[in-house]
Design a binder for this molecule. Structure first.
Ligand SMILES: [Zn+2]
Length: 123
């Protein structure tokens, strides 16, 4: 809970009564409160910016083939690890394990995460 701040009228009253030292103390406490609010405001602005960036990232991500892809302009970037993103918001690009040709011209491709070691079969 924020401390009770002295009012303008209280400070003016002290000055008119010649209690300038008390008035100065109250002005000092107002200044300290203003600085604390300024710091809190800066922290909240940084938090809002961070959340806005997370929302924008989330709007650009889409799941396709069991992995995340990021839309940037008209192109698709990635893929990114679903497990790392969903467990901590980390965008970890997946490595592709060289495809191996299977009978019937099917290609099997596996995406592997260096960070969490998860692997995803490309569909
Ligand atoms: Zn991962």
């Amino acid at each position: 809970m924020a401390p009770l701040l002295p009012s303008y009228d209280m400070i003016v009253g002290l000055i008119l009564e010649g209690e300038t030292v008390k008035a100065q103390e109250h002005i000092k406490s107002l200044r300290e409160a203003a600085l604390a609010l300024d710091m809190e405001s800066a922290a909240l602005k940084a938090q809002v910016k961070s959340l806005e960036q997370k929302v924008e990232l989330r709007q650009r991500l889409h799941m396709e083939g069991g992995v995340y892809w990021l839309r940037l302009g008209g192109s698709r970037n990635g893929p990114f690890c679903p497990q790392c993103y969903e467990s901590g918001g980390k965008m970890v690009r997946l490595d592709s394990i060289p495809s191996k040709d299977l009978p019937g011209a099917f290609h099997c491709l596996t995406w592997k995460c260096k960070r969490c070691k998860a692997s995803y079969e490309a569909i």
